[in-house]
Design a protein around this ligand. Structure first.
Ligand SMILES: [Zn+2]
Length: 303
């Protein structure tokens, strides 16, 4: 049985100063038996629309995006970090962007404060992939891993790709900083990180699902239960074109054709099997389901 509630919490710091911008922290919660899953906001990104929408049939794309009342010149997707607590383990799926990527992101520690969680509480960190908005929150001010008690895990193929010294030169100018940033952060956990294969279970009841294309070794994580929950990362990257036209190639995916194939197959499976999903860049805290539509699919926030 899945239940859900939403929390909006004003931070004490923001409330203390009348002139400070009033920041509201969104957290959404799923309860799955004795397991509680929250999504915590890391803030949002500011992206040129072309980064995601550029290569698509422009008239049709415009019509789809307009239905969601979004502009197409600039997109500001939310970033939802998933937190799972089962009474034994406190698991984080990705760690947010940290202070060095975009000023609108890297807010995860404020969300921790708002719910009374500390970095010491985290027992495991499961990465979906090594892009800045998912990985760059890894290091503290001393370049040490921010979660001192956590075991870190990431896909074997993902780790191999971003730590390969050839990647910086081969990935292309637009993503070279992604490669430098990923290599530096993964080096900080290289001695101890656990590398996951497709289908491997990083923890009991959680299975890694290789979902490549957005990045070479992208993993989603399937959490078992009467209603399984799929933590998607970025293999389904938005609630508009990715659902309605999953077969369209997106500029945000490194291997665009592979990513489109992954997205199309996964949406079919998720709609058929009725999973709950958590998308890193989906609205309303990212929790919902996949429903079939006349054309493609739609994201439903009902679970
Ligand atoms: Zn992302």
């Amino acid at each position: 049985m899945l239940t859900r509630r939403r929390l909006l919490t004003a931070t004490a710091a923001a409330a203390a100063t009348a002139l400070a911008p009033r920041r509201l922290w969104a957290a959404s919660t799923l309860t799955l038996g004795g397991t509680r899953i929250d999504t915590l906001s890391d803030g949002s990104l500011v992206l040129p629309g072309d980064f995601i929408l550029g290569g698509m049939p422009q008239d049709e794309m415009q019509a789809i995006v307009a239905k969601y009342r979004l502009p197409t010149d600039q997109l500001t997707p939310p970033c939802n970090v998933t937190l799972l607590r089962d009474g034994t383990n406190t698991v984080l799926f990705d760690v947010g962007a940290g202070p060095d990527f975009q000023p609108s992101a890297g807010k995860l520690m404020e969300a921790f404060d708002a719910i009374g969680l500390t970095v010491d509480d985290i027992t495991h960190v499961l990465f979906t992939h090594a892009h800045p908005d998912h990985l760059w929150g890894l290091l503290d001010d001393f370049d040490e891993p921010l979660f001192p008690n956590a075991e870190y895990m990431i896909g074997q193929a993902e780790f191999d790709y971003w730590t390969n010294p050839d990647t910086v030169a081969s990935i292309g100018e637009a993503r070279a900083t992604f490669a430098v940033g990923a290599a530096r952060r993964l080096a900080a956990i290289a001695e101890t990180v656990r590398l996951l294969a497709d289908g491997e279970k990083p923890l009991p009841g959680i299975a890694a699902r290789l979902t490549p294309g957005h990045t070479p070794g992208h993993l989603a994580y399937e959490i078992a239960g009467p209603t399984p929950v799929m933590v998607l990362g970025d293999c389904i990257g938005n609630h508009h074109v990715a659902f309605e036209r999953p077969e369209w190639e997106s500029g945000s995916d490194q291997d665009k054709a592979l990513a489109a194939g992954t997205r199309t197959a996964l949406l079919d499976r998720l709609a058929t099997e009725g999973h709950a999903i958590i998308g890193y860049h989906l609205p309303g805290g990212g929790i919902g389901r996949v429903e079939r539509a006349d054309i493609g699919y739609r994201f439903s926030e009902d679970i």
